[in-house]
Design a protein around this ligand. Structure first.
Ligand code: HEC
Ligand code: HEC
Length: 317
């Protein structure tokens, strides 16, 4: 038997959207929220913000009802899109809305903002697609669109310079033990706190293993991971005031990405135009002749040079 307990309303008395906490009676049972349809734009924006912050508990493995479990891991959108997508350098979503529709090499198609959200659902969240007409997709779209109305993000951070050697996971492991393991755990599984009767809170999200992003996620590419870590980790680091140096950032990213994580089926269909496949995509097939290890750990400049050559040949044919 499930007991319903009112957690909170997002709007005052006249609220059209109330989140209620569904709590299983047995100790340690599944817990989560359910929502009533939001009828105003403000309510929808606030629901979207809640979803970005609490993806795991609202529509992930901790959701009360099985049918609401769209996300498949222990992450929230805000685990990567820091401060709910408002932090410069922390994968901001502040101008996402103006980027779409856009051609994406990964799918070889022109995609909408909703399509792009589904990509994060099925890859970063290792989950399944939201129904296009769902309250949840409407909430994400409303929230992200509302950010687009805010001032443009400050000048992008300086790009992390690339190494002319492969990233060294051995050195990365040392950095990890010293700087990261206290929060993310030596096993990379992250840290949570749970109190009886309350939802499990994430202190630090999982970096690898069953509860992390899958191998088709953007962060499974070394350049994205190294940049994110350099600009954001450990918390307190900023793009203009990083804590790790350049070598440490690449090497610790190499260590994190050399660990096991969920596999997404059908990745060989990604980047259908093989000439558009970026150098740091860590799964084949490849047409450039470089090894899977070099695509995983770099150096990437030689791969890019070869791809440019192949592109020129294709163009002159
Ligand atoms: C494991 C990290 C991770 C998680 C979790 C994650 N994302 Fe992303 N997301 C990324 C990365 C990396 C990109 C690519 C950023 C870039 O291209 O600059 C991205 C891109 C996006 C974009 C496109 C941004 C733009 O400006 O074009 C949207 C929208 C987005 N994510 C929404 C979401 C939503 C909604 C969730 C939760 C359901 C989510 N993401 C969860 C890593 C993540
Ligand atoms: C003080 C605790 C702490 C330390 C130390 C720390 N992190 Fe994090 N990390 C977090 C939190 C919390 C988040 C979620 C983002 C947020 O809340 O802003 C996060 C998010 C991440 C993410 C994106 C989400 C995911 O699960 O994949 C990566 C990657 C990451 N950290 C890597 C590292 C690495 C590598 C180090 C060491 C250089 C490190 N972190 C050090 C707390 C920490």
């Amino acid at each position: 038997m499930m007991r319903l307990r009112k957690l909170r309303c997002l709007l005052p008395a006249t609220a059209v959207i109330c989140l209620t906490l569904l709590r299983a009676d047995r100790a340690g049972g599944a817990a989560g929220y359910v929502s009533a349809p939001a009828q105003t734009r403000e309510a929808l924006i606030r629901y979207g913000l809640e979803l970005v912050r609490h993806t795991n508990t609202l529509i992930g493995p901790q959701a009360g009802s099985q049918s609401m479990r769209y996300g498949g891991n222990g992450l929230d959108c805000a685990s990567c899109h820091r401060a709910a997508g408002t932090l410069p350098g922390g994968l901001p979503l502040t101008d996402a809305v103006v980027h779409y529709p856009v051609y994406r090499a990964r799918s070889g198609l022109v995609v909408t903002l909703a399509d792009r959200i589904e990509e994060c659902m099925t890859r970063s969240m290792n989950g399944r697609m939201l129904p296009p007409d769902s309250q949840e997709m409407a909430g994400f779209l409303a929230y992200i669109s509302s950010l687009g109305a805010s001032p443009p993000r400050p000048a992008p951070a300086e790009k992390l310079p690339e190494l002319n050697r492969a990233a060294d996971p051995g050195h990365g492991k040392e950095v990890f033990s010293r700087v990261c393991a206290a929060c993310h755990g030596a096993d990379g599984a992250g840290r949570t706190v749970s109190r009886p009767g309350a939802l499990t809170m994430t202190l630090a999200p999982p970096l690898w293993g069953a509860q992390s992003f899958n191998d088709g996620a953007g962060l499974n590419r070394l350049i994205a991971a190294a940049r994110f870590i350099h600009a954001n980790m450990p918390p307190g680091a900023r793009p203009d005031r990083p804590v790790l140096n350049v070598d440490e950032s690449w090497d610790v990213a190499g260590y994190v990405l050399s660990q096991p994580r969920p596999h997404k089926a059908g990745l060989d269909a990604d980047f259908p135009k093989r000439l558009e496949k970026p150098a740091d995509v860590a799964y084949g097939p490849y047409i450039d002749g470089f090894s899977p290890a070099q695509h995983r750990f770099g150096p990437f400049a030689p791969i890019r040079a070869r791809l440019r050559q192949l592109q020129q040949q294709a163009a002159s044919r």
